[in-house]
Ligand binder design. Structure first.
Ligand code: G
Ligand code: G
Ligand code: MN
Ligand code: NA
Length: 253
């Protein structure tokens, strides 16, 4: 409960910031996009991991307001990069289940895009399979966002519910293949088989597959050999403050 109360204060006092991790093209490593990831520096606890506070914010409902702050901050940053001539092709923002199911979600996103001047085709909304499992408001939101021109990425793909079924019915553009399949891709075994199958599914359906959690040159080379053309992970770049992306054009965020 304490953490929940602290979230409110954190939002009011500016204790959150976003970091950005590159998503690169294989094999050359050119930056294609970035994913924004939230960080919280708590005055007493120090850094609190999103895995620890996002679920709390989901339960107490603050995720709606926090999520709006995240979207606006990411879009403002993208607009800065754009005006500095250093913007990557796209920016990804993670959205949680409760946020996506909020009836006003599409309107909020559209308003933030209009306000920041970011074109909808520049934005990627990353959702988990679990968030859209079961249909309802979340699925409606995904369709509305896609109709606006926003790209939908299925995050941690392969670890949630009903992965392949979703691809039949949802307007998904990007599959983010979970790092658990990437970890052992250089060794013969079931992870490598799954990584191989998923690139075939993605290519067959005309989707972009992003291999997540790439930590070594060997993994990157093997993924490229399997057909992956996009990757993300510590081998290419850790999540870092905005200034690191452009050598300072936008250090103010
Ligand atoms: O950045 P890190 O690897 O610690 O993130 C851990 C988890 O928290 C990931 O599942 C990631 O998607 C989630 N996460 C990180 N930033 C955000 C955010 O801005 N919004 C939401 N909803 N989830 C986030
Ligand atoms: O669930 P999602 O894919 O949004 O979360 C991405 C998480 O993975 C972030 O917390 C990010 O810090 C983390 N991450 C990014 N690259 C790597 C990597 O190469 N290895 C590991 N172990 N984690 C990574
Ligand atoms: Mn993500
Ligand atoms: Na992921």
């Amino acid at each position: 409960a304490r953490l929940g109360a602290d979230l409110r204060t954190a939002l009011d006092r500016g204790q959150f910031h976003l970091v950005y991790q590159p998503i690169v093209e294989l094999p050359d490593g050119r930056v294609n996009a970035v994913e924004s990831l939230i960080r919280w520096t708590h005055p007493e606890r120090g850094n609190v991991a999103p895995n620890d506070f996002i679920p709390v914010a989901e339960r107490n409902g603050l995720i709606v307001e926090l999520g709006e702050w995240i979207l606006r901050t990411a879009c403002l940053q993208y607009a800065d990069w754009w005006h500095a001539g250093v913007a990557p092709e796209r920016i990804g923002v993670n959205v949680s289940a409760r946020q996506l199911a909020e009836p006003a979600f599409t309107d909020i996103v559209a308003a933030i895009l209009a306000e920041t001047g970011v074109h909808p085709t520049r934005l990627v909304i990353e959702v988990t399979e679990t968030a859209v499992f079961g249909g309802g408001a979340a699925v409606r939101a995904v369709r509305e966002l896609s109709d606006l021109g926003i790209s939908i990425a299925l995050d941690d793909f392969g670890t949630g519910h009903s992965s392949l079924g979703l691809l039949q019915t949802l307007p998904v553009r990007i599959l983010k293949v979970d790092k658990s399949f990437v970890e052992n891709v250089t060794m013969a075994g079931r992870h490598a088989v799954i990584a191989t199958s998923l690139i075939q599914v993605a290519n067959g359906l005309g989707l972009v597959a992003v291999a997540e959690g790439v930590e070594t040159a060997e993994q990157a080379a093997e993924l490229y050999r399997l057909g992956y053309r996009r990757a993300q992970g510590y081998h290419f770049g850790r999540p870092a403050p905005a200034a690191a992306m452009d050598g300072n054009a936008s250090a103010r965020r």
